[in-house]
Design a protein. Structure first.
Length: 136
């Protein structure tokens, strides 16, 4: 893992909840997500191919994820995501938060697609106005 990815992941681990924004009919569509992880030096998240979010991402891979920590700082990750159909990606996601994911999915599920940021920007922001931008 690179130093910049370590910094991003440390920041993400301080956040309790995340929200994923996609586009539906040209308008923003936001929902909570619970699992983000690093795999192959990329930021990954999961969904279900039975959900509207899956179709939205397949139609338009430009998304944004936002999370906030208990110190009042937040992170925004926006960019282009693509699907990773590999079993290794699903395992990495499951291992990152086994309690939450295993209650819904299994490592062998074909309904649990993994997505990763192919490109994008991470913004680490504080209420004090201290902001850092990291290109993915």
């Amino acid at each position: 893992m690179t130093e910049k990815m370590k910094e991003i992941m440390e920041y993400l681990q301080e956040c309790n909840n995340f929200f994923l924004a996609t586009v539906e009919d040209g308008k923003p569509f936001v929902r909570p997500i619970s699992v983000l992880c690093e795999h192959d030096n990329k930021i990954y998240f999961i969904s279900s191919n039975h959900k509207l979010v899956y179709n939205q991402i397949k139609e338009n891979g430009n998304v944004e994820i936002c999370g906030m920590n208990t110190h009042g700082s937040w992170v925004r990750i926006n960019g282009k995501v693509v699907e990773d159909e590999s079993r290794e990606a699903r395992i990495a996601l499951m291992d990152s938060d086994i309690d939450v994911i295993s209650s819904v999915y299994s490592k062998e599920d074909d309904i649990m697609p993994a997505f990763y940021f192919e490109s994008g920007t991470v913004r680490l922001c504080s209420a004090k106005g201290e902001n850092k931008v990291i290109e993915l």
